[in-house]
Design a protein. Structure first.
Length: 491
């Protein structure tokens, strides 16, 4: 596809994105405030949309509350069939959706296509889970009564999504909520709201009733969420984003005792032991570091390599990272797109400068890319000391620091030396060692001899400051269900 065809297709797709707030059953405010979405590869505006206010959030909550009882009473099979229809609609529009993701977020078109399949799969998975959640009926231990439990939807839910996976983070929340019988208000990230608006259009066209899914785009996320969380009609908040914001939301939620799901920051270690298959370890490290341009909460933030194989690993790893082509995500030759904005580039540069100043060596990359757009090259730092900031703070970019360790005990100690506990990665041929290390790692997910952990059928989430609750798998729908217990006298 030539550049003219690409431009024409992009314009057509952007025209299909609603300009206004996509809401059923209420009228947005008429103050005509707008926010502009930019392409991070060019730093040029691509679309202007409505900028919702806290009052719009309350109106959306009102619509969700009004629709809640009817949607909760909809049969599980009807909800299942409707979600399946939405899944098919997303797959049918997959190329348009992928292009839109690349335009507003920057990732390569190949990765965007993968995200569409991944994001759609959450809808498919929960279309099936909608008819599966169960209660129980059993005799009490004393034999005097029967214990009967059932599960009911929590109620209207506020879903707050980040910018890095504009489709998958939305479907990972919307799909289980709808399957459970909850109505929702989706607040997408200000930087990447267009994919959510496009998804909302598909939801409406598929037949999702008015008020069941409400989308509010805004540049005032704190004001909107605070107003909604003070309203007793809201019963649940699901947030994916920074730990700083997550802690603030947890505090705000206490007044109304809201159910909370929090998928927060990470500081994932990737540990390469001396008996690892180095070629596979390098492949896994590249995947874990560069997926989504390093802008992922489960990206390997610290690469810990046994000192006996460190030279060989760094040589192989550096050659792979040096061969990564940087450019506009719409270019088929691009393997690494731009970062989301200038602040992300500044953070990478700052962390690299700090590490080098403390004794690290830049083997590959390590310098800003001049010109338009927000680009930073794939970078490998070797001999990174523990006191470097990048060993303790999430870089959220394509910078890979390598730390050399001497013993298993040191590797585990360094891996756990963080307030975060989202994901970890291990590379070793010794399954006994692997199990022993897994048992010691303080993280909610562990990838063994692979650089990815995400799967729609698996529970995604962390411990410590990385969050509360789980998304995905059979566990994900439980976050949107209350348990009701009824005691019956034994007949």
């Amino acid at each position: 596809m030539n550049s003219l065809q690409t431009t024409t297709q992009a314009e057509r797709i952007l025209d299909a994105v609603p300009d206004e707030l996509f809401i059923g059953g209420w009228t947005p405010s008429q103050d005509h405030r707008t926010l502009t979405v930019y392409n991070p590869a060019t730093d040029l505006p691509i679309k202007t949309i409505a900028d919702g206010s806290p009052d719009d959030g309350l109106k959306a909550l009102g619509a969700a509350a009004q629709a809640a009882q009817h949607w909760a009473r909809t049969s599980p099979l009807d909800r299942s069939n409707l979600l399946r229809k939405v899944y098919e609609a997303v797959i049918d529009k997959s190329e348009e959706m992928a292009t839109l993701i690349t335009l507003e977020m920057g990732k390569t078109l190949s990765e965007a296509r993968t995200e569409v399949v991944y994001g759609a799969d959450y809808i498919r998975w929960y279309s099936e889970e909608a008819v599966r959640f169960e209660g129980r009926n059993r005799l009490s231990p004393d034999g005097l009564s029967r214990i009967v439990t059932s599960k009911e939807p929590v109620g209207p839910s506020l879903l707050i999504t980040p910018w890095n996976f504009p489709l998958a983070m939305a479907t990972r929340k919307i799909a289980p909520a709808l399957a459970a019988g909850c109505t929702v208000i989706l607040k997408p990230a200000e930087l990447t709201p267009l994919t959510s608006l496009f998804l909302a259009r598909l939801l409406g066209e598929a037949g999702v009733p008015e008020g069941v899914v409400n989308v509010v785009t805004t540049s005032n996320a704190p004001g909107l969420s605070e107003a909604m969380m003070k309203d007793n009609r809201l019963r649940k908040v699901s947030f994916t984003g920074s730990t700083v914001v997550g802690k603030r939301l947890v505090a705000q939620a206490s007044d109304q005792m809201l159910r909370m799901s929090m998928e927060l920051g990470g500081n994932a270690p990737l540990i390469v032991f001396e008996d690892a298959d180095l070629d596979n370890a390098v492949k896994g490290a590249v995947t874990a570091k560069l997926r989504n341009g390093g802008q992922s909460c489960v990206a390997s933030n610290r690469i810990l390599v046994h000192e006996s194989v460190a030279d060989a690993f760094v040589d192989k790893f550096a050659r792979q990272m040096a061969g990564v082509t940087l450019g506009n995500g719409l270019d088929p030759a691009t393997a690494l797109g731009p970062l989301i904005d200038g602040r992300a580039v500044d953070k990478c540069a700052l962390f690299v400068e700090d590490a080098i100043g403390k004794g690290a060596r830049a083997v590959v990359g390590g310098k800003r890319v001049p010109g338009a757009g927000h680009f930073y090259p794939a970078t490998v730092l070797d001999h990174v000391p523990l006191e470097a900031r990048i060993m303790h703070e999430e870089v959220f970019g394509p910078v890979a620091p390598v730390y050399r360790f001497a013993t298993d005990e040191e590797a585990v100690s360094v891996a756990n030396d963080t307030p975060f506990g989202l994901a970890s990665f291990i590379f070793s041929r010794d399954l006994n060692r692997v199990q022993g290390i897994v048992d010691q790692l303080q993280s909610g997910m562990v990838g063994v001899n692979r650089g990815t952990v995400s799967n729609v059928a698996a529970p995604f989430g962390g411990i410590k400051h990385s969050g509360l609750g789980r998304e995905g798998g059979s566990e994900g729908i439980e976050e949107y269900l209350n348990v009701k217990y009824v005691a019956y006298d034994r007949a």
